[in-house]
Design a protein around this ligand. Sequence first.
Ligand code: NAP
Ligand code: G4F
Length: 353
Amino acid sequence: MKKAFITGITGQDGMYLADLLLSKGYEVHGLRRRTSLLNTQRIDKYFADSATYSHKFYLHYGDLTDSSNLTRLIQEIQPDEIYNLAAMSHVHISFSMPEYTANCDGIGTLRILEAVRLLGLTKTTKIYQASTSELYGLVQEVPQTEKTPFYPRSPYAVAKMYAYWITVNYREAYNMFACNGILFNHESPYRGENFVTRKITREVARMAYNLADCLHLGNLNSKRDWGHAKDYVDAMWRILQQDKPEDYVISTGVTTSIRDFVIKTFALLDVELAFEGTHENETAVVVKNNGKYAFKAGQVVVKVHPKFYRPTEVDLLIGDSSKARQKLGWQPKYNLDALIKEMIDADLKLFNK
Ligand code: NAP
Ligand code: G4F
């Protein structure tokens, strides 16, 4: 039985990856932080399953900012594979806490690599680093590949750039099996509520049941290459099953604006919208409600609020994942419409009380 250690197991990707590895017969160890209220909602299903909890699924307290704790845990677990998914992962919030973000997202990766090296596990423990399309920032090439130069545009992306290169450096310097997955945005019903896709599906569902009046968003023009987290954790696993450690772009190759994501979400509820005005004065108004939910013609359902603007924005992301498709045999099963449908259906269910 292979052993995996997942940092960030309480997050969106951690949950999907734990599901995948348990289904493949792995023993899964996860890092959880101490919190004043429990925050294990995404993985609570494993606590309730006595055949899994403490037999194939274990949680350990710790933090990416605490080297001694990480080293002790890696020594105790002796994992075959480490998936370093833990991060302060919100780009906008990283402008408010840049030092912590650098410590967790940048130096945190170094702590894991150093622990593996100092414990003499370089030949036995493979490491996956959760790198990001945010590295491309002010994009230097369209679409972005493994060879596109980086131009990070946030404290988050700068920290992740350190993590990317320290992973490459440890691979080259110490012959470690350490790889970067450069993942483009991936979403799901389990996405954190303050990322834009989930914010949209959640607020639209609340509006559908008269629990909210209007959705407040920032930049509607930026474009993202959105995939489903379930497809993307499969790519993470495949990256560590190769003979040679390498870095891979994981993306769908389709890019969509925030505005079009909103339109698609409302369309799934049979509501037609019209966008009017520009910049801070832009709004979306209901033109026609052909569906069963509580939207009225003329209702303003989206407003722009500058507090959601970022000091520096990433305007366009679109990935070319040809390398992953050829070498890993990976390709996404979900398209954007199926992803949005799954998300809005889950949020409608959540608020239909
Ligand atoms: P997420 O839902 O925000 O989860 C982040 C996880 O990291 C949570 O389990 C969180 O724990 C944990 N964490 C945060 N700070 C920590 C610390 N100091 N010590 C230990 N754990 C800590 O993020 P995600 O969407 O699953 O993303 C997973 C990883 O992929 C992240 O590194 C992210 O930057 C990267 N990434 C994500 C995307 C995407 O589109 N989702 C794309 C590219 C790369 P709590 O639950 O206690 O907060
Ligand atoms: O959903 P977002 O917050 O995701 P962002 O910034 O692209 O970052 C996510 O994907 C990265 C991969 O490229 C990950 F590395 C990172 O950890 C995270 O998972 O914002 C997407 C876009 C941005 O352009 C933002 O300005 O949506 C725009 N936006 C417009 N209104 C908004 C809002 N974003 C948020 N969060 N909230 C808004 O109200």
